[in-house]
Design a binder for this molecule. Structure first.
Ligand SMILES: Nc1ncnc2c1ncn2[C@@H]1O[C@H](COP(=O)(O)OP(=O)(O)OP(=O)(O)O)[C@@H](O)[C@H]1O
Ligand SMILES: [Mg+2]
Length: 483
């Protein structure tokens, strides 16, 4: 034992342990590391060349990490340290109007945002005592949704359908409709092409919606780790606002590609593949993401996070693995049908297969009362129409139902970027159910309705006005328009 040279009373003799890991392999966004026995899951690691990663897989000797940043020098044999820190990302109002990657680096050509708050990418969802019931509406501005498949603040509503049927369009319109409603939005774009990313951002910008929106992008050619992290980053950003009592809306576009990124990572990390080659914990992945969306009780600030996850189906197959998982996690789904889309019915929402399990409680009483039977009437009409296609002779009453059904279908049509405010929603619902539109030819309905809604928006009664006051006002306006 060496002689102890005491230089002062603060001298302590002892061993200092440091782990020194070595990179043993690098491939496709993954690094394999040996020699870090105390590394933990989700811990940040740093290589000597400056590359960083996140511990993702623990093995007896070798651990797997997803690479977050990579220099050209990263190669086997390099020393690695672990940090003891979990990954946190910058959150807060500086992200409004910005387009960033999942780690907060700017993608919009503007300077790096300076964060004063950070949030963990993965946290536990709020407990049951912290939550409140969904009771306030979140208006999408889409007639079909707000009337028949309403969404409440804090709800998780799945948008599901084949590719190119208008899923993203509905989500973007919903963000645009939050203008002036004090809802902060987060748009997460996972695995999309650069052109569709640019299209979405441009649409928001044109509508003046970017100023209350943060956009998180992990393009199709980003590292799989980034595509995997993006929804969690978006969730952490919204969570920060929710914890500060704000209402937020998060769009995950889309979770099919997120699941694929996770599958890619899992296969690269040699996890055993299960159904459709997805790892067994894919359900847990999406449930822990979506469980974080909720409405907090007044005692916890009363903030909310409404989630609109999007999932793509193939040829309308909603029984595929990822769609069924997501249907069971969410509080309802809006189903887009490619056949309706092909028939020119926009938005191509199949009302029969769509449902909102809790949104009805959040609907404004007047809108709820006016929308009451419409869903059922519409579904009966669709059935009747199918039946009538066989050339059956129908009774006068059935003919009348068909006529009204066709009228309703016309009334439900809506263009993109034309959100319908809630008073106008009530107006068309009342006009339809009080049979004020019956005298019109179906083809004329969209134009008449458009003028009516414009007028209601300008000088209609308040949402809380009595039904009679509404009907009188609508009659007078309609008479003016048709004349
Ligand atoms: N209400 C609408 N009226 C007219 N056109 C619409 C409407 N909604 C969507 N579209 C058009 O349909 C096309 C597909 O829409 P969108 O990109 O939103 O579909 P998607 O389901 O998100 O597709 P993908 O699966 O490729 O992401 C777009 O060209 C869009 O402009
Ligand atoms: Mg899309």
């Amino acid at each position: 034992m060496p002689d102890r040279v005491t230089t002062g009373s603060d001298y302590r003799f002892g061993l200092r342990l440091a782990e020194r890991g070595i990179v043993v392999g690098v491939s496709d966004g993954i690094a394999w590391i040996r020699g870090l026995p105390t590394a933990r899951l989700d811990e940040l690691i740093a290589c000597e060349d400056g590359s960083t990663g996140l511990v993702f897989q623990l093995g007896r000797e070798v651990i797997g990490a997803i690479i977050l940043s990579q220099t050209h020098a990263l190669t086997a044999g390099m020393a690695v340290r672990h940090s003891g820190r979990r990954l946190e990302i910058g959150v807060g109002d500086v992200l409004l109007g910005r387009v960033v990657d999942p780690l907060g680096a700017p993608l919009d050509g503007m300077p790096q945002p300076v964060f004063d708050a950070f949030g963990a990418l993965e946290t536990a969802a709020p407990g049951i005592m912290e939550r409140d019931f969904v009771s306030a509406p979140l208006y999408t501005g889409c007639k079909v949704v707000d009337a028949l498949i309403p969404v409440g603040k804090g709800q998780r509503q799945l948008i599901i359908g084949d590719d190119g049927t208008g899923k993203s369009a509905l989500a973007l319109d919903t963000i645009i409709n939050q203008r002036g409603r004090n809802v902060l939005c987060v748009l997460v774009l996972v695995g999309q092409t650069r052109s569709s990313v640019a299209g979405a951002i441009e649409a928001l910008q044109k509508a003046g919606a970017l100023e209350y929106t943060a956009v998180i992008v992990a393009e199709a050619n980003a590292l799989p780790g980034f595509r995997y992290l993006a929804p969690f980053a978006g969730c952490a950003i919204a969570e920060h606002w929710m914890r500060h009592g704000r209402d937020t809306l998060v769009v995950y576009d889309d979770l099919t590609r997120h699941a694929q990124a996770y599958r890619e990572l899992s296969l690269l990390l040699h996890r055993p593949p299960g159904r459709e080659a997805f790892p067994g914990d894919i359900f847990y992945l999406h449930s822990r993401l979506l469980e974080r969306s909720t409405i907090l009780s007044a005692a916890c600030g009363g903030g909310s996070m409404t989630a609109l996850p999007i999932v793509e189906t193939e040829q309308g197959e909603i029984a595929a693995y990822i769609p069924t998982n997501l249907i069971s996690i969410t509080d309802g789904q809006i189903y887009f049908d490619s056949r309706l889309f092909a028939a020119g019915i926009f938005p191509a929402i199949d009302v029969g297969r769509s449902v909102s399990r809790i949104g009805g409680n959040a609907q404004h009483p007047a809108i709820k009362a006016a929308a009451g039977r419409i869903r059922l009437d519409y579904l009966q009409f669709l059935e009747l129409e199918l039946f009538a296609r066989f050339g059956t002779r129908l009774e006068a009453e059935a003919e009348q139902r068909l006529r009204r059904g066709r009228l309703l279908r016309e009334a439900l049509k809506q263009d993109r970027f034309a959100p319908v405010p809630e008073r106008a929603q009530l107006a068309w619902l009342l006009a339809y159910s009080a049979q004020m539109l019956d005298a019109l030819a179906p083809a004329k309905v969209p134009a008449v309705l458009a003028s009516l809604l414009k007028e209601v928006d300008a000088r209609g009664p308040a949402l809380d006005a009595s039904r009679d006051a509404w009907l009188a006002a609508l009659r007078e306006m309609l008479a003016g328009i048709v004349a």
